[in-house]
Design a binder for this molecule. Structure first.
Ligand code: 4AD
Ligand code: MG
Length: 480
């Protein structure tokens, strides 16, 4: 027989036929009369049960059928006698493709801590939780591309190695081809970064936005979806040094259209995953519910994962200005017991995560879009508002996550942009290519960045950003 994926076998379409399945053993139990093997090949959260009769499958083979071993099974697919599964394979032949010494295999059929799982990140995808997470990750990524493709956006590949620091936050990783034993020095004896990349100082990109703007001013509506890098040494459950960002950029969009597009994208992708990853989401929802029980009462979510996802689909996001957000925070009673005791003092301050959580989880109880931020806490490229104090920025805050999207309408007026760059000490001669779009055929345009792993956290209900990317890069994690 030809090999079928376990997902296909579990549909029951092939009952009565001789089938071939290959996968990794999750568990084996039984006695001297019969063995039950739970087999998984990654195609679905569900295992297929293989029934092995020691009269047919020899003791010599069965003794190597242990948790983690790779096996190949030929047998008849039949309706299951037992409860818990609809079909099973009655094995006629089992071949052990790769043994997994039970004394040494790190993943035992029991609950392991997430910390331990990160230490065995090379194997953790073989567990229910992580295989579900990464199947969902695939579907979510696919949904992003489908959304933009259907809207007529073009996927633009922007560079990973670049000379610009789009966000101006100075959190870049250098890229050099230095011979480390012979580092080029300036006349003053300092490292000559100007020699980084064949004579140009370069870094890993923090955002594809600036190049994305160039694309939008030619192709109209584009998006990037690629890895971005931030050398921030923050050890939180929401930050990675390497994360994936989705950045659409649209000619002729103003801020409100930008916000609407972000809401549509978030709702579309969440809906796609709900419709296409039902088994995995049910599993992850149950898992998240079990985790809730370990949290203190005040921290527990009032909704299940599924309810949270459904809620996002059915409700418009609340849109408020930064100034209104500050007023709400100022007029809210500090509540020590509920952890919201650090309410804001001054207009002009950046919102801290406790402020964001207060607005989203306690005040509005839904996603919140905050727009028109003070210009001094935002990047140089944001469009200046007439009040001279604020820019047409927008952040979207999600329950349990905080900031999931950051974006803005861009400053398309050459003189205003040059003036702002001057105030912020950004050298014009390094940005001549960017300024050219304002010199030749400039037009209003907008865009935003959606942190893919932040969206993954929301959709999967996982608690730590290290657990929604296969190989997290954080200050404590870069071994493989
Ligand atoms: O707010 P940020 O820094 O905005 C930009 O980079 C803009 N250039 C985007 C644009 O307008 N095209 O980052 C955008 C989003 C954040 O809202 C957050 O979801 C995510 O990227 N993000 C991170 N995710 C994981 N780890 C980090 N260290 C992140 N930093 C930002
Ligand atoms: Mg931001």
């Amino acid at each position: 027989p030809v090999r079928n994926k376990i997902k296909k076998l579990l549909t029951g379409e092939l009952v009565g036929e001789n089938v071939l399945a290959k996968g990794w053993v999750r568990t084996k139990r039984g006695n001297k009369h019969v063995n039950f093997i739970a087999l998984n090949d990654g195609s679905t959260i569900n295992n297929i049960q293989v029934v092995a009769d020691p009269a047919i499958i020899t003791e010599e083979v069965l003794k190597h059928v242990t948790t983690g071993a790779a096996i190949s099974v030929v047998g008849k697919l039949v309706e299951s006698q037992g409860s818990g599964q609809s079909v099973e394979i009655v094995a006629e032949n089992i071949e052990v493709l790769g043994k997994a010494d039970p004394e040494k295999y790190p993943l035992q059929p029991k609950k392991h801590s997430m910390e331990f799982m990160r230490e065995v990140a090379h194997l953790r995808m073989r567990t229910n939780t992580f295989s579900a997470v990464f199947r969902v990750r695939h579907a979510l990524s696919y949904a992003v591309h489908e959304f933009f493709h259907m809207k007529g956006f073009y996927n633009l590949h922007t560079p990973i190695i670049t000379a610009s620091d789009a966000e101006g936050a100075g959190e870049t990783f250098h890229v050099t081809n230095f011979d480390l034993d012979n580092i080029p020095k300036t006349d003053e004896g300092k490292v000559d970064y100007k020699q980084d990349f064949f004579g140009k100082e370069t870094n890993l990109t923090v955002s594809g936005q600036l190049e994305g703007e160039l694309g939008a001013m030619a192709l109209g509506e584009i998006y990037t979806f690629g890895p971005t890098f931030r050398a921030e040494n923050s050890n939180t459950t929401r930050h990675l040094a390497e994360f994936w960002m989705i950045e659409p950029e649209m000619a002729f969009y103003e801020l409100d259209e930008n916000i609407q597009l972000a809401q549509d994208l978030l709702q579309y992708t969440v809906k796609y995953v709900m419709e296409n990853c039902e088994d995995d989401l049910q599993f992850l929802s149950q898992r998240a519910q079990d985790e809730e029980k370990n949290k203190p009462q005040t921290e527990r979510s009032e909704m299940t994962l599924m309810e949270r996802l459904q809620f996002i689909l059915e409700n418009d996001f609340e849109r408020i200005t930064y100034t209104d957000a500050i007023d709400i925070l100022k007029n809210s009673k500090p509540n020590k017991k509920k952890k919201f005791n650090y309410l804001i003092e001054e207009w002009g301050a950046d919102l801290q995560s406790e402020h964001e959580r207060f607005l989203v989880e306690k005040h509005f109880k839904k996603p919140v879009v905050i727009y028109n931020y003070p210009k001094d806490i935002k990047a140089f490229y944001m469009r200046q508002n007439d009040d001279d104090k604020t820019v047409a920025a927008m952040d979207i805050l999600f329950p349990g996550i905080g900031e999931i999207v950051g974006g803005s309408q861009r400053e398309e007026r050459l003189e205003k942009l040059q003036k702002r760059m001057g105030e912020m000490n950004i050298p014009e001669e390094e940005m001549w290519w960017y300024l050219d779009t304002r010199r030749f055929g400039s037009a209003p345009h907008s865009g935003f960045g959606l942190g893919f792993e932040r969206l993954m956290l929301f959709v999967t209900g996982m608690g730590n950003i290290r657990d929604v990317i296969p190989f997290p890069r954080t200050p404590d994690n870069a071994e493989f």
